[in-house]
Design a protein around this ligand. Structure first.
Ligand code: DX5
Ligand code: ZN
Length: 217
């Protein structure tokens, strides 16, 4: 499993987004958190910002939609330039149809689970997806402590992926840092989102390299 490190621009300076996007050269994807103040109690950015970011960096964009009605909006983020679009299963009306639409438009389709949402009811959906996101905090804010209690879910999800012989990526998001990334990797995650751990560092690109080394260990 190749390790991927995706810095979250939620912890960047929004007035200098282009510079902040370029400050993490060497990152695999730039993680873009879209929040609508309905699905989560916070508001961030939308389609026009993604369109501008697309022009500002060559790093592909990993859009994490924490919004109601992703069925309507996810395709708009593909058109805006996202290479991967993650919708929350708790918000999606028709997750299979949505995943197929995202793929048909040319992006990777990904589904996210909040901490209290189990993976088991969605086992049959796995072949429709390119990535599964297991949240390791309640979505809505950067800088929250990692929820250790999610480690068994990461492990079970990796086992389900293997059982079906799939190549799905398994992403973790929330509280991923130098002190938690090894446990996530050991449990079976291979795509790591890190916001504050990257953007609070003096050298964000160096922070990405260090996280990668730790995850690969
Ligand atoms: C939280 C977001 C995360 C957030 C992670 O709802 O989905 O992507 O940016 O931030 P850290 O790494 O600081 O927990
Ligand atoms: Zn996120």
């Amino acid at each position: 499993m190749a390790v991927q490190i995706n810095p979250s621009i939620l912890s960047a300076d929004f007035a200098r987004l282009a510079d902040e996007a370029r400050a993490v050269e060497g990152a695999d994807w730039l993680h873009v958190d879209v929040m609508d103040n309905h699905f989560v109690p916070n508001l961030t950015l939308g389609v026009p910002v993604v369109e501008s970011l697309r022009k500002a960096t060559d790093t592909p964009l990993d859009c994490h939609l924490m919004i109601e009605n992703p069925d309507r909006w996810a395709p708009r983020y593909v058109e805006a330039g996202a290479g991967s679009v993650t919708f929350h299963v708790e918000a999606a009306g028709a997750p299979v149809r949505l995943a197929r639409e995202i793929r048909a438009l040319g992006a990777r389709a990904s589904m996210a689970l909040k901490p209290a949402t189990p993976i088991e009811p969605y086992e049959d959906l796995l072949p429709e997806l390119d990535m599964l996101l297991v949240m390791t905090v309640e979505p809505g804010f950067g800088g929250q402590p990692f929820l250790d209690i999610m480690l068994p879910k990461i492990r079970r999800t990796r086992q389900l992926i293997a059982k079906h012989g799939l190549q799905l990526w398994l992403q973790v998001d929330g509280g991923v840092s130098a002190s938690t990334i090894e446990r996530c990797a050991e449990a079976g995650a291979d795509v790591f989102v890190a916001g504050s751990a990257v953007y609070s560092a003096d050298d964000p690109a160096e922070a990405v390299r260090r996280l990668r080394t730790q995850a690969e260990a």
